[in-house]
Design a protein around this ligand. Structure first.
Ligand code: NAI
Length: 394
């Protein structure tokens, strides 16, 4: 079996993610069936794609006439049965296991036995989704990032029963779409949503302890760290409700490992309805004419904040390698292509010196006595043996 431009692609759900995935597949040349059960959202998705594609044509990002050609390749439908004949079906419906089970059960009875079924889930287990399928070997995770047409990364996640052929075929095709794929083990948060937790969690902890305020932490991460956005700006953009939910899910899924414990500050923000940009108030005030606090531009304080958050991120990245979630290269690729980190965390660790990172973590652990700061055994072993993640360049 082979997947190429001639393969029909089904996308289930035309919300934030589904419409973007349908756009990618149709732009590549597939005939796409986009199934959305809510008529208002179906209508909205169609208008949204018309607008986006037209704008792309005006900006000469796609050729003249291409907007229409891409749209014509997308068939907006309301029933899953319209996916009959698709060689690849990507599900992007609500993040709810029983709802996904229902859809996968139905898809199995509609799709041909050779069709590949993918889920765009960001926090559910692929093995759990595939658990209700008769042919779990053809089910896998294909985790796109928002906005799907713009973010290059797709995490490919095999479940326990996924066949090598399914992984290969889906990965090759998604690579052909121009995406960067990384392979991640079916564990909570896969790579990005796991490794990125301290970017928010440690920033919140620093805030709660009163070491630095919101504006100063954001300033430190941008100015010293080179991150495009500070943690609080990013949480406001993602939505504090969404970010809190991911943290909560990852924490529960890791059997309450204290490393992933959610913060009261974030919980209170959600309770207060301060969800971020979408409610015009979060950590910052986005209402017209609002004045937000200035950062304390103290280089020493900035360095302390940055080093602490970075050390925690590197610890998490090292742990993902230690636990065989992904390769060194894929962990670094995931963070640069999925969430725009300025450097791969493990390459950054080499650059800063693993002994320095370990030292920061050991100091935190001894100061607080909390398991949250325990250094990854891989990091300890590598420092002991004088190793680096990548071979030295000269
Ligand atoms: P959304 O709520 O914007 O869209 C889901 C859509 O699926 C809705 O329009 C809903 O009407 C439709 N739907 C539900 N059941 C259906 C059914 N049986 N048949 C057809 N359509 C159905 O959700 P969003 O944000 O697009 O998320 C979708 C999936 O992608 C979730 O699993 C989520 O975890 C994942 N994801 C979301 C990201 C994000 O930033 N929003 C990023 C990466 C993954």
């Amino acid at each position: 079996m082979y997947l190429d431009k001639q393969t029909a692609v089904g996308v289930i759900g035309a919300g934030t993610m589904g419409r973007g995935i349908a756009q990618i597949a149709a732009a590549y040349g597939h005939q796409v069936v986009l199934v959305e059960s809510n008529p208002a959202i179906r209508e909205d998705a169609e208008q949204f794609l018309q607008r986006i594609l037209k704008r792309m044509e005006e900006k000469e990002k796609i050729g003249r006439g291409e907007a229409n050609a891409i749209l014509e390749r997308i068939d907006f439908q309301s029933e899953l049965s319209a996916c009959e004949g698709a060689g690849l079906i990507i599900e992007a419906i609500f993040e709810d296991l029983p709802t996904k089970h229902k859809v996968f059960r139905e898809l199995e009875s509609i799709a041909g036995s050779r069709a590949i079924l993918a889920s765009n889930t960001s926090s559910l287990s692929i093995t759990a989704i595939a658990g209700v399928c008769r042919l779990p070997e053809r089910v896998l995770g294909a985790h796109f990032f928002n906005p799907a047409p713009l973010m290059p990364l797709v995490e490919i996640v095999p479940g326990l029963a996924t066949s090598k052929q399914t992984i290969q075929l889906a990965r090759n095709l998604i690579n052909d779409w121009g995406k960067t794929t990384v392979l991640a083990k079916d564990t909570p948060g896969f790579i990005v949503n796991r490794v990125a937790r301290p970017f928010y969690g440690e920033a919140l902890r620093i805030l709660e302890e009163g070491i630095a305020d919101v504006a100063t932490i954001d300033w430190a991460m941008k100015k010293i760290g080179g991150f495009r956005m500070g943690p609080f700006e990013l949480m406001d953009l993602i939505g504090n409700d969404v970010n809190y939910k991911v943290t909560e899910t990852v924490f529960e899924a890791f059997f309450y490992d204290p490393r992933y414990r959610p913060s009261f500050t974030q919980k209170r923000m959600v309770e207060a309805g301060r969800l971020g940009k979408k409610t015009e108030i979060g950590y910052y005030d986005y209402s017209f004419g609002a004045k937000n606090p200035e950062p304390v531009k103290d280089p020493e304080l900035g360095q302390t904040v940055f080093t602490r958050i970075l050390a925690m991120l590197i610890n998490e990245a090292a742990d993902a390698v230690f636990m065989n979630i992904a390769s060194i290269e894929d962990v670094d690729m995931a963070m640069t292509k999925g969430v725009n980190y300025p450097k791969g965390l493990l390459a950054w660790a080499d650059e800063m010196g693993l002994d320095k990172i370990l030292g920061v973590l050991e100091n935190l652990q001894s100061e607080y006595g909390e398991d949250r700061y325990r250094p990854c055994p891989l990091l300890k072993r590598m420092v002991r043996q004088g190793q680096t993640f990548y071979p030295p360049s000269n």
